[in-house]
Design a protein around this ligand. Structure first.
Ligand code: ADP
Ligand code: MG
Ligand code: MG
Length: 254
């Protein structure tokens, strides 16, 4: 079972008036098969954590460690991280001119698997995964992210998740901007991947509504650049009722 271990992670971004520390000592262990919800107020650093784990160049790690089965993730390039099994849904939020969804996914799968999937099997795999997400087959021929609606972007993320089968999946605000039907379909996709028991999921979200569909094993409250409380699924219910005020006013945030 793969284990991602984040220890005392400190991360800064380059702001106008010099470096600014956003992550202030994050400790978290995620094992394959587990689902962790990271919940917190806007601006608390949740996306910074997600991007840092994926190796986004904008974020500078100034302290701490991230290990995947003892291997130093922070030393790995973005591609090496993907190959090692760390998946960030927003990894490719940009438009990729002239590259169809179908080709993009095959290239990504080739990078992760170390060899190109056999074309006929691949086409079948993509078709089935798209059908499960109730996506129009024509979507496969569209250019990546070009004119995608919010909902299409999210489905494309979950499609990647289903096809790339990572060990650790980081889903940042997968629920934002989805209507109820799309939220259900996307959640079912995440649950399908989860039910294999082979992915550890970090579900980053501001809102509790996706947790009606996906029951996390652990809930962590993120405030002021670190985890300030951890619990089971019941912690999400508490947050739904009481919000984040207690954590922010308590001085946990800056
Ligand atoms: P969340 O995802 O929890 O809403 P973010 O990780 O996006 O939080 O942002 C955390 C904090 O880092 C915010 O206060 C944000 O303004 C700040 N931040 C992010 N990127 C930059 C940047 N390039 N320069 C300055 N501040 C930044
Ligand atoms: Mg520290
Ligand atoms: Mg965010």
């Amino acid at each position: 079972m793969a284990t991602l271990e984040i220890r005392d992670l400190h991360v800064s971004v380059e702001a106008e008036n010099g470096p600014r520390e956003i992550l202030k000592g994050v400790d978290l262990t995620v094992k394959q098969g587990e689902t962790h919800a990271i919940m917190g107020p806007n601006g608390s650093g949740k996306s910074t954590l997600a991007y840092s784990l994926a190796g986004h160049p904008k974020y500078t790690v100034t302290g701490g460690s991230v290990l995947l089965d003892g291997e130093d993730v922070l030393e790995m390039s973005v591609d090496e991280r993907a190959k090692a099994g760390v998946f960030l849904a927003m990894q490719y939020p940009v438009e990729v001119p002239g590259v169809s969804v179908s080709n993009f996914l095959r290239t990504a799968a080739t990078a992760v698997r170390g060899e190109a999937p056999k074309l006929r099997l691949w086409v079948k795999e993509v078709k089935e995964a798209m059908a499960a997400l109730q996506m129009d087959p024509a979507f496969a021929e569209r250019n990546v992210n070009e004119g995608f609606s919010g909902g299409e972007k999210k489905r494309h993320e979950i499609l990647q998740l289903e096809l790339l089968k990572p060990k650790i999946a980081i889903l940042d605000e997968t629920d934002s901007g989805l209507d109820v039907d799309a939220l259900r379909i996307v959640s079912e996709g995440i649950n399908r991947v989860r039910s294999t028991g082979e992915v550890g999921t970090l579900l980053v979200t501001h809102y509790t509504r996706i947790l009606r569909y996906i029951k996390p094993d652990y809930v962590h409250v993120f405030a002021g650049g670190r985890i300030v409380e951890s619990g089971g699924a019941e912690l999400a219910d508490k947050l739904e009722n009481e919000g984040y005020e207690a954590y922010v006013k308590g001085g946990a945030s800056e």
